[in-house]
Design a protein around this ligand. Structure first.
Ligand code: SF4
Length: 189
C-alpha cells in the first residue's frame, strides 16, 4: 500500500508514520512493492475508514505475491497504522497478531509447565494459544493437549493456528520491554 498511495494526492493525508525512513529504511524496499502500480483504493479507501471485503481480499492477494511483504508489515505494526491493508493484513488482523505475539512472550509458560507435570490447571482464555504453543513445542500431540486442557480437538487446532501465526511474525512486534502491552495499539482480545 505505501507506494500505491504515495503516488496519489491522497498521500498527503497519510499519518506521519508513512513518511519514508520514519521507521525502517523504506527506500530500500518500497521500489519493489507490488502495489506501486495498483489502484490505491484497494488498500486505502478514500472517504471511509474501512474497505469493502472484496477490496480487502483483492489487496491481500497482491500482498501474498509481494517480495517486500515483511518490511511492509513491520512498518505498519511498529507504526501502529490504523487504516488499510499492509503486508497482507487488515488493521484488525494486525492488532490481533500484535496481541497474540506479546502473549506468547509473557503468558502460558507456568500453566504449560504444570500441565506437563500432570497437574490439572485452569487456563484463562487469553493464555490458551500460548499454553498450546508451549505444549506443542514440548512435543505434545493435539489430542493430548485437548485432553489435558478439557478442550475439543478442533479448539486446540484453532488455538495452535493462532499461536503459530503469531510466532511466525513475532520478530516484527516490539518486545514487551520495548512497549507496554498492546494497549497503545488499541488492542482488543
Ligand atoms: S505487502 Fe502489500 S501493501 Fe505492502 S508493499 Fe507489498 S503489496 Fe504493498
Amino acid at each position: 500500500m505505501p507506494t500505491a498511495v504515495r503516488r496519489t494526492a491522497r498521500s498527503r493525508q497519510f499519518p506521519s508514520a508513512h513518511q519514508p525512513g520514519r521507521i525502517l529504511p523504506e527506500h530500500e524496499w518500497l521500489p519493489s512493492a507490488s502495489c506501486r502500480v495498483v489502484d490505491p483504493e484497494l488498500f486505502f479507501p478514500s472517504g471511509r475508514e474501512t474497505a469493502s471485503r472484496a477490496d480487502e481480499e483483492a489487496a491481500k492477494r497482491i500482498c501474498r505475491g509481494c517480495p517486500v511483504r515483511e518490511p511492509c508489515l513491520a512498518v505498519a505494526i511498529r507504526g501502529q497504522e490504523q487504516i488499510g491493508v499492509w503486508g497482507g493484513m487488515t488493521t484488525a488482523e494486525r492488532r490481533r497478531l500484535a496481541v497474540e505475539a506479546r502473549r506468547l512472550q509473557t503468558l502460558g509458560q507456568e500453566e504449560a509447565g504444570r500441565l506437563l507435570a500432570g497437574e490439572a490447571v485452569p487456563v484463562a482464555a487469553t493464555s490458551r494459544p500460548a499454553v498450546v504453543f508451549h505444549l506443542v513445542s514440548a512435543g505434545w500431540q493435539e489430542a493430548a493437549i485437548a485432553d489435558a486442557m478439557g478442550l475439543s480437538p478442533d479448539s486446540v487446532r484453532t488455538l495452535r493456528n493462532t499461536a503459530e501465526n503469531a510466532a511466525a511474525f513475532r520478530h516484527l512486534v516490539p518486545a514487551v520491554d520495548e512497549e507496554d502491552e498492546a494497549e497503545s495499539f488499541g488492542a482488543a482480545a
